[in-house]
Design a protein around this ligand. Structure first.
Ligand SMILES: *Cc1c(COP(=O)(O)O)cnc(C)c1O
Length: 376
């Protein structure tokens, strides 16, 4: 492949900070770099409490534990998402209730959610696909009316906003990812955001093997021990050191990615207006964070032909999620309605290379190849 789908960003400062962590003999979790990463996000976005985790998957599992999800509790989730969004709640024995995506983009459709709420609904999990905001006004209104918790899977939504408020600040809890495929990365890594202060204390405890170690180090208790059933979700300070270097460069990274995103958008918008394909269409009030550029083809055959055409030219473009309600694991248990939009994105969506190291010439090549394809 001459143009890979992704190249993880590196600032050049990662090894320097990792060296500092090693020299300071602070390499375990909750060290100085962990605190720097957490307070960076708290200050930058006004989040009440941030806790660094080993992954977004772990942050979501922590969220499911904090909400005390029990067998029989219903959790409404999008079908068009990564498995981790849903696994976290399946692990607690939740009854999974799959909602459809909207027609304009793969985000969860509030109308689909509304039809699925029952007295057993304990939580709604939303995913801000490609960093585009879900309709958080509609979701939070429903959740408040029915006394339901909301978790934002904000894995792709760093530095993205809805009506001026950062994504990750709407739900009771939110989870970010720093996997190498995300805008800023530490190989693996995640952040749990606690917006509802009722969960602050318990979040610290469950993340630290069910102990009150954090309170002990603040001097609030004179010994620490086992106070709840928890696990270890801390990232090492080596990971945090790597990640901190990325936080320092976030604004630059975002600017570069958004520029590339805009150029794709200008190139493909006319085709969308002619009804040839579909491009990302955010709801009003949603910002663009340059996480991903995708196009939606007419059907599966066209999508596969486009991926093959790009591959012939050495360009790696990839499809994305497979509807979870019709997955090998879940299909036999699924009793809900058809989810046509989720299935449409499963068959027709293709993601294009987008990263800082993508040169302008390379992007021209990708754009030209796609324009040629749709001319035929
Ligand atoms: C990347 C991603 C995850 C998983 O993140 P990890 O940090 O790899 O666990 C979960 N949900 C969505 C929507 C993602 O894009």
């Amino acid at each position: 492949m001459t143009i890979p789908f992704n190249i993880p960003y590196s600032t050049g400062q990662e090894l320097h900070y990792i060296g500092q962590a090693i020299a300071a003999h602070k390499t375990a979790g909750d060290g100085p770099f962990t605190k720097l990463c957490q307070s960076w996000m708290e200050e930058q976005y006004g989040f009440k409490k941030c806790l660094l985790t080993t992954s977004c998957t772990d942050a979501l599992e922590l969220a499911a534990l904090l909400l005390n999800i029990q067998p029989g509790d219903e959790v409404i989730v999008p079908s068009y998402t990564f498995v981790s969004t849903v696994n976290a709640f399946a692990l607690r024995g939740a009854t999974l209730v799959f909602a459809d995506s909207t027609a304009r983009n793969p985000n969860i459709d509030p109308a689909s959610v509304a039809a699925l709420i029952t007295p057993k609904t304990k939580a709604i999990v939303v995913v801000h696909y490609a960093g585009m905001a879900c309709d958080m006004e509609a979701i939070m209104q429903m959740a408040t009316a029915h006394n339901i918790f909301v978790v934002e899977d904000a894995a792709q939504a760093i530095d993205a906003y809805y009506k001026g408020k950062p994504l990750g600040s709407f739900g009771h809890l939110a989870a970010f990812s720093f996997h190498e495929t995300k805008n800023i990365q530490s190989g693996e890594g995640g952040m749990l955001v606690v917006n509802d202060e009722r969960f602050s204390r318990q979040a610290e405890i469950l993340r630290e093997k069910g102990t009150n170690r954090a309170a002990f180090f603040r001097g609030e208790v004179d010994k620490y021990g086992w106070v709840a059933v928890g696990s270890s979700y801390l990232a090492s300070d080596i990971t945090a050191a790597f990640l901190y270097a990325q936080f320092e460069q976030l604004k630059n990274i975002q600017a570069t990615r958004c520029q590339i995103w805009q150029r794709y958008h200008q190139a493909f918008l006319p085709l969308a207006q002619q009804g040839v394909l579909q491009v990302p269409e955010a709801i009003e009030g949603s910002s663009e964070n340059g996480h991903m550029y995708y196009i939606v083809c007419k059907n599966l055959d066209q999508r596969n032909a486009l991926i093959a055409r790009l591959k012939e030219q050495g360009i790696q473009a990839v499809f994305h999620y497979l509807s979870l309600h019709s997955s090998a694991y879940f299909a036999a248990q699924y009793k809900g309605a058809a989810l046509p939009h989720s299935d449409q994105y499963t068959d027709c969506l293709v993601r294009l290379p987008l990263y800082a190291a993508l040169s302008s010439e390379q992007q021209t090549q990708i754009i030209n190849c796609i324009l040629e394809f749709f001319k035929d």
